[in-house]
Design a protein around this ligand. Structure first.
Ligand code: NAP
Length: 283
């Protein structure tokens, strides 16, 4: 597995396993299969409701803790953010059965972002989390957070796939030392991604599947990818991307698929801001 080095020197695998939308009762088996397939980066969130199952799979795997890279995410907190963020972190850590996290991400750029970030900085200083970062931050919000705080986020996890490539956003992240991470790398199969003619023909040239071409394209751009699957054969397929390389011409051809638009929703859409910012996990 290849690693990227985050802005504080922490090493992070460039490919991992995401567990969004895996029901809690299926998650332990899925994570167990993913660990057996060789994944060491696991990406969950308090909002996914499956941290306990992820924790059980970790515990039962017997894999030494230092070989794993575990990410979870802070949901939007009410004020006082300092207190509530600490409580949310403790709840996640306890659900996962861990004594520290590798990466803690602010899940949404909403609410008392500064209060949440300062509480996350404190958790980092206490040694409870090796790196802190954000998700779904557009460049303006990201730069504002960087300029006004001590710690620059190590990661920004954003929707990135062949139909929404975020090239300018990633250039800006690189300029500021923020590691880009893709969520929805397969666009959850939208736009018939898995049968896309261009991606299929590039795959055929390498004897690889569309999924493998997409993950290779992301990682070749220096983007951390975290594909989700509940099927062991697809987990094995998705991690088998380090024995081929896309040519410059193939990278350029894939660039032509970019629509410049989200296939999910815009985090700046007022209706979505209202809905997400008011959502509470215990409600
Ligand atoms: P995704 O990885 O783009 O797509 C998952 C879908 O692709 C599933 O339907 C899966 O089906 C299918 N699939 C996986 N491998 C395949 C293969 N080799 N061939 C054909 N189909 C395949 O979607 P995602 O789960 O939304 O995104 C990945 C991760 O990003 C999440 O799990 C989560 O950790 C993270 N995420 C973060 C945010 C955020 O706001 N920060 C938002 C969304 C997601 P099967 O399971 O049936 O194989």
């Amino acid at each position: 597995m290849r690693n990227v080095t985050l802005n504080n020197g922490v090493e992070m695998p460039i490919l991992g396993f995401g567990v969004y939308q895996i029901p809690p009762e299926q998650t332990e088996r899925a994570v167990t299969d993913a660990l057996a397939a060789g994944y060491r980066l696991l990406d969950t969130a308090a909002a996914y409701g499956n941290e306990e199952a992820v924790g059980r799979a970790i515990k039962n795997s017997g894999i030494p803790r230092e070989e794993l890279f575990v990410t979870t995410k802070l949901w939007v907190q009410d004020a006082p953010a300092q207190e509530n963020t600490g409580r949310a972190f403790e709840a996640s850590l306890s659900a996962l059965g861990l004594d520290h996290l590798d990466l803690y991400l602010m899940h949404q750029p909403y609410g008392d972002v500064y209060g949440q970030w300062r509480a996350m900085e404190a958790l980092h200083r206490e040694g409870l989390v090796r790196a802190i970062g954000v998700a779904n931050f557009h460049p303006d919000r990201l730069v504002d957070l960087i300029v006004n705080n001590e710690i620059t986020p190590a990661v920004d996890q954003i929707e990135t796939h062949p139909f929404f490539q975020r090239t300018a956003d990633q250039e800006l992240m690189h300029e500021h030392g923020v590691q880009p991470q893709s969520w929805g790398g397969f666009a959850e199969g939208k736009n018939d991604l898995f049968t896309n003619p261009l991606l299929s023909s590039i795959g055929a040239e390498h004897g690889k599947s569309v999924a493998q071409v997409v993950l290779r394209w992301l990682t070749q751009r220096g983007i951390v990818a975290i594909p989700k699957s509940v099927r062991a054969e697809r987990m094995a397929e998705n991690i088998d991307i380090f024995d081929f390389e896309l040519t410059d011409a193939q990278m350029a051809a894939i660039a032509s698929l970019d629509t410049g638009n989200t296939l999910f929703f815009d985090h700046r859409d007022p209706a979505m801001v209202d809905w997400l910012a008011k959502r509470r996990l215990d409600a």
